[in-house]
Design a protein around this ligand. Structure first.
Ligand SMILES: Nc1ncnc2c1ncn2[C@@H]1O[C@H](COP(=O)(O)OP(=O)(O)OP(=O)(O)O)[C@@H](O)[C@H]1O
Ligand SMILES: O=C(O)C1=C[C@@H](O)[C@@H](O)[C@H](O)C1
Ligand SMILES: [Mg+2]
Length: 194
């Protein structure tokens, strides 16, 4: 049986970008938990944060992650703060294969410098904010992940190949879309995490 593939990491790590391409290669549906939440609350997460506060958002996020990780196998891109709740960490790790897309705060800040959609980064100094988020969350991402993928240098296509190879190496024989010669890159760059 094909397990779900769950992507975790800070805002801007590439969970949506990598996740979409990975899902195509695996012939699995792509699901973004932030998108599911926005459909459910009927407004943007940013607006909800401002109106209801973070705790209310986290309650909805926990319920949505519980549903999505129990449902049919998919590539799931999770919200950057999903790992803050122990129940999410436990469910993600137990119910699928979890990949932490790791990026440095400097790299994330470069990627997101023109982006106004990430609520936690609407501050005067987004780089400092990203450094704080990284310090607080990197241990939680590592605790949750089966694999840590360094996203600094590789292209999105290479990152997808690295994940596919890890899945293949882990014995997920039923996965389509692997075996295209990316093994050595994956073996060099993907490290087991926890
Ligand atoms: N490996 C990469 N190299 C360079 N740019 C990247 C890479 N991955 C993603 N990007 C770019 O970084 C930006 C953020 O990517 P993306 O939206 O996929 O991140 P995310 O992890 O889904 O963020 P969020 O948690 O806020 O939803 C996009 O402009 C994307 O094109
Ligand atoms: O890093 C975070 O805490 C968040 C990231 C986004 O994906 C959204 O889930 C929301 O804006 C919170
Ligand atoms: Mg995203």
């Amino acid at each position: 049986m094909i397990p779900g593939v769950f992507l975790i990491g800070l805002p801007g790590a590439g969970k949506t970008t990598v996740g979409r391409q990975l899902a195509r290669r695996l012939q699995l549906p792509f699901v973004d938990s932030d998108q599911v939440i926005e459909e459910r609350i009927g407004c943007s997460i940013r607006a909800f944060f401002e109106r209801e506060g973070e705790a209310a958002f986290r309650d909805i996020e926990e319920a949505v992650i519980d549903e999505l990780t129990l449902g049919a196998a998919c590539v799931l891109s999770t919200g950057g703060g999903a790992v803050l709740r122990p129940a999410n960490r436990r469910r993600l790790r137990q119910r699928g294969r979890v990949f932490y897309l790791r990026s440095t705060p400097d790299e994330l800040s470069r990627r997101l410098r023109h982006d106004r959609t990430r609520p936690l980064l609407q501050v005067t100094d987004p780089l400092s904010r990203l450094r704080e988020l990284y310090a607080a969350r990197d241990p939680l991402y590592r605790e949750t992940a089966h694999y840590v993928i360094e996203t600094g240098r590789p292209s999105v296509a290479t990152l997808v190949n690295m994940i596919l190879m890890q899945l293949e190496l882990s014995g997920a024989e039923a996965f389509p879309g692997t075996g295209d010669g990316a093994a050595s890159a994956a073996e060099e760059s993907a490290h087991r995490g926890g």
